[in-house]
Design a protein around this ligand. Structure first.
Ligand SMILES: [Zn+2]
Length: 196
């Protein structure tokens, strides 16, 4: 029997760009250098207000309707503090205020990543909690890598949370895109086998 301490699969963490900006006036040169490397997506416009509705709008724009309809509870259900967004089976997506205030392309990437965990809950191989679907070329137990591939496949954004130790490879992305494009009804539901 497998037990885990935290039933919530951890979402991804990423570098706090907004914190860097707070130091702009004091360390302008350092920030300018960092900005070049960190602001690769979107523009540093005024910060958006974090909300679950903003997160769900991002989700709606990045995940195809067939997939959203297949897993209707895979949506932002609450805002949480900290910098990690989290998904749990049947509990939706808990979006960090940090992610929920991000520019739209990054928030879409985060929501697609978390939605990828929910796809795994319902269609995964169930080898471990959140395991990728059978056949995922980077290994079905590479839980974060699978979500990373789903995020890239849906959002087109090549970015990785810092907890994604093994990034989605070209082979992984190709396989994931093909798997996703078949739609939810082409794949067996496996969530009855979740026993964590
Ligand atoms: Zn994750």
């Amino acid at each position: 029997m497998v037990t885990i301490c935290n039933p919530h699969h951890r979402g991804h963490r990423e570098f706090d760009i907004s914190a860097i900006r707070k130091f702009t006036t004091m360390f302008a040169l350092v920030v300018a250098a960092l900005t070049v490397t960190t602001v690769s997506v979107g523009s540093p416009a005024s910060a958006a207000t974090a909300s679950t509705s903003r997160a769900n709008s991002a989700l709606q724009s990045v995940v195809p309707g067939a997939w959203r309809n297949a897993i209707p509870n895979a949506r932002a259900t609450r805002l949480i503090s900290g910098k990690s967004s989290t998904s749990a089976y049947r509990m939706g997506i808990w979006v960090s205020r940090f992610h929920a205030a991000k520019p739209a392309p990054l928030l879409r990437h985060t929501m697609a990543h978390e939605f990828g965990h929910h796809i795994a809950f319902y269609y995964g191989s169930q080898v471990v909690y959140g395991a990728a679907p059978t056949g995922f070329p980077q290994g079905v137990t590479s839980v974060e890598t699978w979500a990373d591939c789903v995020a890239s496949a849906f959002s087109g954004v090549d970015k990785h949370g810092t907890n994604v130790k093994k990034h989605c490879s070209r082979a992984g992305l190709r396989w994931t895109k093909a798997w996703l494009s078949k739609g939810p009804y082409a794949h067996p539901r496996t969530n009855a086998a979740i026993h964590w």
